[in-house]
Ligand binder design. Structure first.
Ligand SMILES: [Zn+2]
Ligand SMILES: [Zn+2]
Ligand SMILES: [Zn+2]
Length: 135
């Protein structure tokens, strides 16, 4: 799978449209457009996926993507935004029914959830992860 790389475009009014580029996390070279998934990861404070295997320079020698822990919360959607009907006794951000959990960001799959600013974990790989190597 090769990722598209959109060239910068000069608009009629002289302004420039630049598509954000993803830099290889091995050598720092740009390897193409930032994917929606990477944008979502950046916006949600998750580690960006390891892309060395997509890089022409690093690809041949790149090890499998390393596992990286990330925090998620587990609970009902309305509990997470504290808009549920439970009696809540804490002053935190979430309802008591919500628990924090660490999963492997590399081997979990995220999708945009309700209310746009939330993501949902569609496949979660528990931490410590057994699917790859930990640095
Ligand atoms: Zn590289
Ligand atoms: Zn993992
Ligand atoms: Zn609740």
């Amino acid at each position: 799978m090769t990722r598209p790389s959109t060239p910068d475009r000069i608009n009629a009014d002289g302004s420039k449209t630049i598509k954000m580029k993803r830099a290889c996390n091995g050598c720092g070279k740009h390897i193409g457009d930032v994917t929606d998934e990477e944008m979502a990861a950046a916006m949600n404070g998750r580690p960006l996926p390891d892309v060395r295997r997509e890089c022409p320079a690093c690809g041949p020698t790149a090890p499998p993507p390393v596992c990286m822990p990330t925090q998620i919360v587990e609970g009902g959607a309305y509990c997470v935004i504290r808009d549920c009907n439970h009696e809540v006794e804490n002053d935190g951000d979430y309802c008591d029914q919500v628990s924090e959990k660490t999963v492997c960001a590399t081997h979990s799959t995220f999708a945009s959830g309700f209310e746009e600013s939330y993501e949902v974990v569609t496949v979660s790989a528990p931490w410590p992860c057994t699917k790859g190597q930990v640095v």
